[in-house]
Ligand binder design. Structure first.
Ligand SMILES: Nc1ncnc2c1ncn2[C@@H]1O[C@H](COP(=O)(O)OP(=O)(O)OP(=O)(O)O)[C@@H](O)[C@H]1O
Ligand SMILES: [Mg+2]
Length: 271
């Protein structure tokens, strides 16, 4: 669906932040983007939404070259939840904020109202329709940004470290919402430093390394086959370390899975 082809980028001419970066994003995928601080994760997503322009290379959406498209034009396909979502909100109520996209797309007032109501319902924010966005909690602001993407019928949703600094309940709620959107066919791109989330939620991981892509594959392959996790600024999550320490238990993507498997394993006498 989205294809990044041989992209290179630097913020200033004498700097090459990364080069030779190619990858695809397919519908229904839950792609994690990982790597050390400053390796270029946020920058990659800024290139996807058109906030930066690649120095070389192209970006395609369903074989259409969108490299020269403005962020506004791309926003009908790609939604973005900023690390600080209040920076992307500028209207006085939640409903008006979510209505902005469909208004720009030329829908009638009645249609915009209906689209907005549906999007707010989908993210369970109908009761905050008249609230002033800056007064919402961060988790709610994120959901406003997600509702804005849904109102635009975006097919890809990018979130920049949405779970950092959030408590367990907020994180669980957000991940539940993202998984249900993924079931509806959206592609989710999640920048995260959380290894447990990568293992338990994501279908694929893209890792940025030293000035280029260092890994592109399944979380299982990343966490069981790579011996350079530390160099990449990653670590094996506890559920994977534990499952690897028990012979023939098999890969466990979460602590819940590990606990369940261990119960069966013990019942079978450790075989
Ligand atoms: N507007 C800018 N001008 C110049 N340099 C920048 C700019 N924005 C980011 N950088 C630099 O580019 C590099 C990559 O930044 P980026 O924000 O993409 O990294 P990141 O992988 O998202 O890091 P983090 O994990 O800390 O969020 C960093 O060294 C950063 O300081
Ligand atoms: Mg970042």
């Amino acid at each position: 669906m989205l294809r990044v082809s041989d992209v290179a980028f630097g913020y200033v001419p004498e700097q090459t932040l990364f080069k030779d970066v190619s990858f695809t994003i397919e519908s229904g995928e839950f792609l994690a983007v990982g790597g050390r601080n400053g390796c270029g994760k946020t920058t990659i997503t800024r290139l996807l939404v058109g906030l930066e322009t690649p120095r070389t290379g192209r970006i395609f959406y369903n074989d259409t070259d969108i490299t020269g498209w403005t962020p506004a034009k791309r926003s009908q396909y790609i939604g973005y939840v900023f690390q600080q979502p209040d920076r992307q909100m500028f209207r006085p109520t939640v409903a008006q904020e979510v209505a902005f996209g469909p208004e720009q797309q030329g829908y009638s007032r009645a249609e915009v109202k209906e689209i907005t109501a549906q999007a707010l319902e989908r993210v369970r924010l109908s009761d905050k329709a008249d609230a002033y966005p800056p007064l919402l909690h961060r988790g709610e602001k994120q959901r406003v940004a997600i509702a804005s993407a849904l109102a635009m019928q975006s097919e890809i949703l990018i979130l920049d470290e949405p779970t950092s600094g959030q408590d367990g309940t907020e994180t669980k709620e957000l991940l539940g919402l993202l998984q249900s959107l993924r079931k509806d066919g959206l592609a989710i791109v999640l920048i995260t430093h959380d290894m447990e989330i990568i293992a338990s939620q994501c279908s694929r991981v893209l890792v940025m390394g030293n000035q280029t892509k260092a890994f592109d594959g399944s979380p299982e392959e990343l966490f069981t086959k790579r011996d350079d996790l530390e160099a990449l600024g990653l670590e094996r999550p506890a559920c994977v370390s534990l499952s690897m320490a028990v012979p023939s238990l098999g890969y466990c993507a979460s602590m819940e899975e590990f606990t369940k498997r261990m119960i069966t394993y013990k019942q079978q006498g450790g075989r």
